[in-house]
Design a protein around this ligand. Structure first.
Ligand code: VG1
Ligand code: CO
Length: 564
């Protein structure tokens, strides 16, 4: 019989999950007594005691530093709390989309994902713990608020300190545990990290056509960069072994605890290696993924950049290239608020409903569960569909490959055709990372004061010879059309009379200081202008944004850390 120990603890006040789980420096988890234990106990507290015996919880992570320790704690604390079964990826490895897939497949009550996604890892990097619900999606705010409430008053947690389990071997074991709810049976199952997910993709895509594209007589060449994150084994198994892409087309495919010392963030700055490798012109498509495998960046030959806001619009416009949607039909489209309006143009043309949600994947879940949403995306390199309840990096790349296979055109040709047909939304995002929190908060506060002054609407703001008139000035609020819940303060929006938008938000995924995000979106249908450089096209709006917010003066930052 495995014994339970009751451990007295002190609550923490800072365990509030952000845009996507609780993210802190590894040192915060390591150095504060019971920090991880408290949060794991708080998560399990939201599963009703009466449901726990029959409950299965999926556990997986992106392989980062501290993950294995956290998984042992989850095993010990879940056992002591009377959870019936844990299903864990081998060696703890399971991408975020794969966890979502497995939760749905085995009808688990939820999942715990050990990741800080695109944030750097290693002893001085970040760690994160995220809870997903039975639908497979990130816990909605109602649930994360509950977890936070429990964490703020937690006095004790329950643990089976003698239960140590080898997660490196596939298999299954059952234990009798003397829990505080009586004797219960606890099962641990270690599963292959890739299998269930690969099986799902085979149902969604035409693998025969993709195999022909990647390894047939007239095959294209791809370069897939896993950035030392969790997606490596998935790329190897699916793209290389099954679809026949040569072994050397997949790089950085062994997950590392510190992601090789890099930011596992697929953008033009942190995936510079891929951008450079693409420049020579030997690859037709390049893709990079983030630490936990839910983000993707797609590049064409010579490094032609596909903006994520455009990516989801192109997939929408070519959705019949993907067999899954031929079966399910297309129920609706959605994008996060800061994502450009490119998807809106496709929705209008195809007479499909479009939803605009706050930043973070959790807001798409209700719409999908209600049968209102098939395909969605975020400007932050997230693209996905209702096949699961997370964004899905490898899925997005296979979606693009399906379009290439159908249209027999290059990435660049497809993108340019799209702009000709629908017009182009020029989009850019400026990130100012690790700004002093007080300075960032003050800047946002002052901007609110300015923007909410009734005289601001109708104001003309200029840069050079360009003048824009403010039509709407607000802090984005969202009422969920399914459950009526309201999410306020989701980003400051200045919308001009021509539809151009300036948006300011504070990030909810950082772990130190504040990250300010500035988003700019402007639509152009003049065929003479659609091929211009976005940074040139958007320079006047960037200038107006910086002047209006006084970002540089108030934060001391003269340039962003990342430009997308
Ligand atoms: C960022 C992105 C958001 C994304 C979130 C989680 O949030 O802007 O679009 O859903 O990260 O992605 P924020 O609050 O920092 O802007 V991931 O790949 O970290 O799970
Ligand atoms: Co991620």
């Amino acid at each position: 019989m495995v014994k339970t120990t009751v451990v007295q603890t002190k609550p923490y006040t800072d365990q509030k999950p952000g845009t996507s789980g609780l993210r802190k420096r590894v040192t915060v988890f390591q150095q504060n007594p019971h920090y991880a234990e408290n949060f794991i106990q708080s998560i399990l507290a939201v599963i009703e005691p009466a449901e726990r015996k029959a409950a299965t919880v999926v556990v997986g992570g992106d392989g980062r530093f501290f993950m294995k320790e956290a998984i042992q704690l989850i095993i010990q604390i879940a056992a002591a709390n009377g959870i019936g079964e844990l299903v864990i990826g081998q060696n703890g490895i399971m991408s975020t989309p794969a966890v979502s897939c497995v939760i749905r497949k085995i009808k688990a009550v939820g999942g715990i994902i050990l990741t800080a996604s695109h944030n750097p890892g290693g002893p001085n990097g970040d760690f994160g713990i995220k809870y997903n619900i039975a639908s497979g999606g990130p816990a909605p705010e109602g649930v994360t608020n509950k977890i936070y409430e429990v964490s703020k008053s937690l006095q004790e947690y329950y643990i089976c300190p003698d239960l140590k389990y080898d997660i490196s071997k596939i298999g299954r074991d059952t234990f009798e545990v003397d829990t505080r709810y009586g004797v219960s049976t606890f099962t641990v199952e270690i599963v292959d990290s890739v299998e269930a997910y690969a099986e799902m993709l085979r149902e969604i895509f035409d693998f025969t056509a993709l195999k022909e594209l990647l390894s047939g007589a007239n095959h294209i060449n791809v370069r897939l960069d896993a950035m030392h994150g969790v997606v490596g084994p998935y790329v190897k198994k699916i793209a290389c072994e099954e679809l026949g892409s040569p072994a050397n087309s997949a790089v950085n495919c062994v997950p590392q605890e510190d992601f090789g010392g890099h930011h596992p963030d697929p953008n033009l700055t942190y995936a510079a290696d891929l951008v450079n490798a693409m420049k020579g012109g030997q690859y037709d498509l390049g893709a990079a993924f983030d630490g936990d495998g839910d983000r993707n960046m797609v590049l064409g030959k010579h490094g032609f950049f596909v903006n994520p806001s455009d990516s989801v619009a192109v997939i929408a416009a070519n959705i019949t290239s993907i067999p899954y949607f031929q079966k399910t039909g297309v129920k609706g489209l959605a994008r996060s608020m800061p994502t450009s309006g490119a998807l809106d143009n496709v929705a209008k043309a195809l007479k499909m409903q479009l939803f605009e949600t706050p930043t973070g994947w959790k807001f798409f879940g209700n719409l999908m569960d209600a049968g209102k949403l098939s395909l969605c995306g975020e400007e932050s390199f997230g693209t996905g569909s209702d096949h699961i309840r997370e964004k899905d990096g490898l899925w997005a790349v296979l979606a693009w490959l399906s379009i290439l296979a159908t249209r027999k055109q290059s990435v660049e040709e497809i993108m340019k055709d799209h702009w000709q047909k629908f017009g182009r939304n020029f989009f850019t995002r400026y990130d100012y990372e690790e700004v002093d929190s007080d300075a960032a908060n003050k800047m946002i506060k002052d901007l609110q004061t300015l923007m909410f002054d009734p005289a601001f609407v109708g104001k003309k703001l200029s840069s050079g010879d360009k003048t824009y008139e403010v039509a709407i000035s607000d802090d984005f609020a969202y009422t969920d059309p399914v459950d009526g819940s309201v999410s306020k303060n989701q980003g400051l929006r200045i919308i001009f009379s021509d539809g151009s938008r300036i948006i300011f938000r504070l990030s909810g995924t950082g772990s130190a200081g504040a990250t300010i995000r500035l988003y700019i979106d402007s639509y152009e249908k003049d065929l003479q202008k659609i091929y211009q450089d976005p940074q040139v096209m958007l320079a006047p709006l960037v200038d107006i944004a910086l002047k209006t917010s006084q970002l540089q003066e108030k934060t001391g930052r003269t340039a962003p850390t990342v430009i997308t």
